[in-house]
Design a binder for this molecule. Sequence first.
Ligand SMILES: [Zn+2]
Ligand SMILES: [Zn+2]
Length: 271
Amino acid sequence: MPIHICCACGTSYPDAAEPPARCLICEDERQFVPRGGQVWTTPEKLAGGHVNAWRQLEGDLFEIHTHPQFGIGQRALLVRTPQGNVLWDCISSLDEATISLIRALGGMRAIAISHPHYYTCMQDWARAFDCPVHLHAADADWVMRPDRAIRYWDGETLEIAPGVTLLRLGGHFPGGSVLHWAHGAEGRGAILSGDIVQVAADLNRVSFLWSYPNMMPLSAATVRRIADTLAKWRFDRIYGAFPGRRVATDGARAVERSAARYVELLNTNQP
Ligand SMILES: [Zn+2]
Ligand SMILES: [Zn+2]
């Protein structure tokens, strides 16, 4: 029996003869059920109509993105370190070319995911590369397909490879995390932010929301806390969840400036 993948959000559900009646990720107010109802696919059908495209973003960083776009449309990022490769965030499609290319690059040491919207088919990626998936324990209830590769971490930080550290920021999800890569941006440091810190259309800004599709904000105190937590880390560049979304330089100042303006707007009575 095949596993079933929600076409709206990309989440995979356990193998069964029929797809599930509901997608709990889509029914949450941070996502949405499509107007025509939930539609499902399988890994075989997905591979039949989609390919993964690769882009090298800097020396040791690759983007993997599915074409035509599938689900939410995020990218996965492959970080190379001397101690092994790390996959940041995940996508539903794992095609043969992607497996061969990652094996040729030395396989995978670990997978880490910012929040439940990008859990997708992490179980299949973990199996293909025989590596663990690090998820924050605060979001454990959102795992729709339990797997022995999943390792829950608690607390505020977890170093998963030398110079590669997960930081829990919360906000969009209680366990919402970003990845700090000390060697990124030619050694100036980079944050891989998922949509916990969303790189905005103006590539010198970031933003923060409880629900992106339904445009619901976070509190001023939460945004202030996220900015204060990030201020303790050294970084120059921010890679967001979607292709092209990158704060190229001065990322730490972009976070501080964007957070201050967000809080100011929440506290202003606009005419
Ligand atoms: Zn869904
Ligand atoms: Zn999200």
